[in-house]
Design a protein around this ligand. Structure first.
Ligand SMILES: [Zn+2]
Length: 564
């Protein structure tokens, strides 16, 4: 990698002298190795050659790219020099090699994702009109390059919270499109919450009849709600359609059924699953709720196993996320059935954790065994590490990095999604008085970008880091515009943490490439925060950002919220 970057540096010097050499292409995430050569390859009317044994899913993606190219260039593929797609089983998972010369472009890969990602890199090197579906006049050529590319981490995720606010299938697919451009391959879909249950479960219809709707939504941070009925859910047919759509883009959807806390919507639907028996109502306020599943009752486990059976039937993912976060123990301490279970299991306060913490460990282990018996693995938030955690679980570190570091020290695999770098529901500018209302912390694009997942880990840490994930919670994101505004451009920054080796990251280079990437956002109709380009606010409400001098002296924590 170092050698080829020296070559680029040498190329840049040569370019300054002869002014003939092209700039390196602006690809996000930046490929592992890239060398720019003289010349270009004219793609209009290029032929397509497919080698033997290229995977069938890849043929579909290659065919879609060929159709796309024919449409935008207005030229049918012909028999002149062109694209070749060849299987190369010596390349690693998701890796690809791309060689472009004036005579054509050769792609080699060992699997579907490798071929698909080569196409993504090619598209980023073409005029942005390639992202449209109409004939366009543009310089339809690719620069001559040699690229060898592969990801740093196998798990490159984004969390989409469709519970606090509900986003339609079309928006989920739009986000999947954007993920695929960024070579991200895991959508962690947060589908159950106190404020709304979003998956149709045939055996428990009240989960969506009752649990998918709330009678109001908290206004900003106030006690009052708007009194408006709000909700929605996805049918199993819709979910299967989204799973297939994601798979065509190299993305696995990992559903989250958050348990045993964050279950108020389920309790409102089936009050007998709670310790007090209710009545409960679907939550209208954000925050952690004292009412959780009663795990002293066997019927609670029957319920969870039935739900997870339908979930596994919809989602073929190796991993199922079982949440496990923010589960207060106050009801369990008072509940005779939960206490009887504690007694029967012989649980005791130990090592600074209460016997109720160990009761949650029992729930986690029991659900883990159920899922393992069905060929699946669990991921849970870092709270599952408190007390005892059974072997084979993967920990998602969200409360900073320390949960992840601790998990690695104990030999567990981790997905790093520390809030201080990757909770992109936080403000991305200091201008809290002018930005739409959000969660009250500050996380600008460059802070996200500079996160190094192996920092603070033990020596073998990297082996246990399955991957990295950006999380977009939706408490204050009412519309798709709100959602995208928070997502972009920080999702582009997250993709380089996930894909690029630490020594291949460079904020200045990334910042320059973003100027190209936002043209792709524009072409695809995405809303994004334009603070780096001098503006803030949602479309229709954009205003100039403060000057850099003003921003430098502004203390984020002293800036009042816009809406209060
Ligand atoms: Zn109970």
């Amino acid at each position: 990698m170092r050698i080829s970057r020296l070559l680029i540096a040498a190329t840049a010097v040569a370019a300054a002298c002869s002014q003939a050499k092209p700039e390196p292409p602006e690809i996000i995430p930046q490929p592992a190795e890239i060398t720019v050569n003289d010349g270009s390859f004219k793609v209009a009317g290029a032929s397509f050659t497919i080698g033997e044994n290229v995977p069938a899913e890849a043929l579909k993606a290659i065919g879609a790219f060929r159709d796309n190219l024919e449409t935008v260039t207005g030229t049918k593929t012909g028999d002149k020099a062109g694209f070749s797609f060849l299987l190369n089983e010596n390349l690693g998972p998701e890796a690809y090699a791309l060689k472009v010369t004036p005579e054509g472009a050769t792609v080699e890969a060992a699997d579907f994702n490798g071929f698909f990602y080569a196409i993504q890199s090619i598209k980023q090197m073409l005029p942005v009109e390639i992202y449209g579906n109409a004939p366009a006049k543009a310089a339809w050529s690719l620069p001559c390059v040699d690229i060898m590319d592969s990801p740093r981490f196998a798990y490159r995720g984004l969390l989409m919270d469709c519970c606090r606010h509900f986003f339609p299938v079309e928006e989920v697919k739009k986000v999947l499109d954007l993920m695929s451009i960024h070579k991200m391959n895991r959508l962690h879909w947060h589908l159950t919450e106190d404020q709304g249950w979003r998956i149709e479960i045939k055996k428990y219809p009240k989960l969506t009849e009752i649990g998918a709707y709330r009678d109001g939504t908290q206004i900003f941070r106030r006690k009052e709600t708007d009194g408006q009925r709000y909700g929605g859910f996805y049918t199993q047919d819709e979910l299967r359609d989204v799973v297939a759509y994601a798979a065509e883009r190299g993305i696995t959807i990992i559903p989250e059924v958050d348990l045993p806390g964050h279950m108020v919507a389920a309790l409102a639907s089936y009050p007998e699953l709670g310790c007090t028996g209710g009545p409960y109502e679907v939550a209208q306020h954000w925050g952690v709720k004292p009412d959780v599943l009663c795990v002293g009752k066997e019927e609670t486990f029957t319920f969870l196993e039935d739900v997870l059976t339908e979930v596994m039937d919809i989602f073929p993912s190796e991993y199922i996320n079982i949440g496990g976060d923010e589960c207060p123990k106050v009801r369990w301490k008072e509940c005779p059935l939960c206490q009887a279970r504690i007694k029967k299991l012989g649980l005791k306060d130990k090592d600074g954790f209460s016997k109720e913490h160990y009761l949650q460990n029992y729930v986690t282990a029991r659900i883990q065994k159920f899922l393992n018996d069905h060929g699946r693995k669990i991921i849970g938030w870092d709270e599952i590490l408190e007390g005892d955690l059974a072997e084979g679980a993967t920990v998602m570190s969200w409360r900073g990095t320390k949960g992840g570091i601790k998990a690695v020290e104990k030999g567990f695999d981790v997905v790093m999604s520390p809030n201080v770098y990757l909770y992109i529901d936080w403000y991305q500018t200091k201008e809290r008085d002018k930005e739409p209302y959000r969660i009250g912390h500050y996380l600008p694009v460059d802070s996200t970008y500079r996160y190094e997942p192996a920092a603070g880990m033990p020596e073998n840490g990297e082996e246990h880091i399955l991957g990295v994930q950006a999380n977009l919670w939706s408490e204050f994101l009412k519309t798709s515009e709100d959602f995208e505004y928070q997502l972009l451009p920080r999702m582009s920054a997250a993709s380089e943490i996930q894909w690029c080796a630490a020594d291949n990251k460079d904020y200045d280079r990334f910042r320059k490439s973003l100027d190209h990437m936002v043209r792709i956002y524009d072409k695809l109709g995405f809303v994004y925060c334009k603070a780096l380009w001098g503006k803030i606010g949602l479309p229709g409400h954009e205003i100039p950002a403060r000057s850099q001098e003003e921003l430098d002296t502004l203390d984020f924590n002293k800036v009042p919220f816009m809406e209060e």
